[in-house]
Design a binder for this molecule. Structure first.
Ligand SMILES: Nc1ncnc2c1ncn2[C@@H]1O[C@H](COP(=O)(O)OP(=O)(O)O)[C@@H](O)[C@H]1O
Ligand SMILES: CC(=O)OP(=O)(O)O
Ligand SMILES: [Mg+2]
Length: 423
């Protein structure tokens, strides 16, 4: 077999790991992909074993199993590496680059080759992305050990949002302290937003720089982004991925004082520092990041199950679903106004945005008053069976603002940037 130039992309989530392996095509044409998919793997339920492991070679074998040997992100990645030689007969030495999605990059914007310094920079930011950066570092570490001849490169979710102006990214707090400690809105899901922007630009046949979009990335973590002239103007996540929309286990935006009143002990907190009962910051973080969101409201993190229960009038599921619609509308309304009503399209993406026809139908109905196309029932129901990265779900004869679904792919975005860049 001729040596292949392979690029691996790893996307570490809070309890999942998505991995894609690509072969470079050598194409430099902007309308063609510079990489071709070889295989994909996903490992879910990492934090609630047994983990579920899937492995699919394009046009070849596939594997779907529960694995008790996967206990964390490091063992999940190691299991995948074993599989590529055993199941797909691929020589690891042909992997030249490994791209790692790192959620919080702080003041790092460009992709960076992993060095001691870069590793420690990402480690220092772990407190600001408690569900994510640690998981990425575990994968990076395993990768350096198991694939020592490949270049490991970190790509940051925060990079896309560096264009957000200061009056939008700043919090109304002491700016001396804010600057010293880096306390500002960073925003996340940036690799996804880059991918969506490029895909929608191709779909609408309009240059990236001309596009004004409102994009909803609704997955385990959910965020909205306001894109003006092809750049992030605002986004709903903030200093950390906790702010903004609620998620699988995250509360989203709350009154910051709520946490001090959440437990009885903390509720008795007084302004007299000697009598204050302290709620430790890590406990607050755990409650809001891991014990809130859909899990707290309904007992499940699966939005499809919530939707099914709502159809049977389950009150908890109805509350969760309607609350989500309400919070999404907050951002759509606000971003529509920030764009002066000049919006090319509203884009749904992420696991929920791409699969929940019910959520799209309801949000579509509510925003029609702002001049968006009405949801075409047949197109909306048919998204799963429609090919293509971008699918139009708006009424066909509409001259109004478009309603699109984009199958986002953070792994492909990294592989593409890696191949087109100077790494
Ligand atoms: N048919 C469906 N309807 C609604 N939500 C769904 C459906 N299928 C999957 N989801 C939701 O998508 C989420 C995963 O989205 P994804 O973007 O893959 O998340 P992440 O990458 O953040 O783990 C699941 O937690 C589930 O709630
Ligand atoms: C930033 C973030 O929340 O990512 P994910 O949705 O993958 O958890
Ligand atoms: Mg994700």
């Amino acid at each position: 077999m001729a040596p292949r130039n392979l690029v691996l992309s790893a996307n570490a989530g809070s309890s999942s790991l998505k991995i894609s392996l690509y072969e470079t095509t050598g194409s430099t044409d902007d309308n063609l992909e510079p990489v071709k998919l070889v295989l994909t793997s996903s490992i879910s339920n990492i934090s609630a074993p047994p983990a579920k492991f899937t492995f699919k070679v394009v046009g070849g074998t596939s594997k779907d199993e529960e694995s008790s040997s996967i206990q964390d992100h490091a063992s999940a990645f190691a299991h995948f590496i074993e599989c590529i030689s055993h199941e797909a007969n691929i020589d690891q030495d042909h992997i030249s680059h490994v791209c790692h999605r790192v959620v919080h990059g702080g003041d790092y914007h460009d992709p960076v080759l992993i060095s001691d310094e870069a590793y420690h920079h990402i480690e220092r930011l772990s407190d600001l992305a408690p569900l994510h950066n640690g998981a990425s570092l575990a994968v990076i570490k395993t990768c350096l050990e198991q694939l020592p001849s490949a270049k490991s490169i970190a790509f940051f979710d925060t990079a896309f949002h560096r264009s957000i102006p200061a009056h939008i990214s700043s919090y109304a707090i002491d700016q001396h302290i804010a600057k010293k400690r880096g306390l500002k809105k960073y925003g996340f899901h940036g690799l996804s937003y880059s991918f969506i922007l490029r895909s929608v630009s191709r779909f609408l046949k309009k240059p990236v720089e001309s596009l004004n979009l409102i994009v909803l990335h609704l997955g385990s973590g959910a965020s909205a982004c306001c894109i003006q002239h092809g750049q992030s103007l605002d986004t709903s996540m903030g200093l950390t991925p906790l702010n903004g929309l609620p998620g699988a286990t995250r509360s989203g935006a709350i009154d910051p004082s709520l946490i001090f009143h959440y437990t009885n002990r903390a509720g008795r907190m007084s302004h007299d520092k000697n009598s204050a009962v302290q709620l430790h910051v890590t406990q607050a973080e755990t409650i809001l990041n891991k014990q809130a969101g859909w899990k707290a409201l309904t007992g499940t993190t699966d939005f499809a199950a919530i939707t099914a229960r709502r159809a049977k009038d389950d009150p908890d599921a109805t509350l969760a679903f309607d609350l989500f619609v309400d919070r999404v509308l907050n951002y759509v309304g606000s971003y529509h106004l920030k764009l002066g009503g000049k919006v090319d399209a509203l884009v749904f993406s992420g696991g929920i945005g791409e699969r929940s026809k019910e959520l799209r139908a309801l949000i579509g109905e509510r925003i029609q008053c702002l001049g968006y196309a009405s949801v075409d029932e047949e197109r909306n129901i048919g998204v799963d069976s429609t090919e293509g990265v971008v699918v139009d779900v708006g009424a066909a004869d509409s001259s109004t603002k478009r309603l699109l679904v984009c199958r986002t792919d953070e792994q492909l975005e990294m592989a593409r940037q890696c191949t087109m860049g100077s790494m």
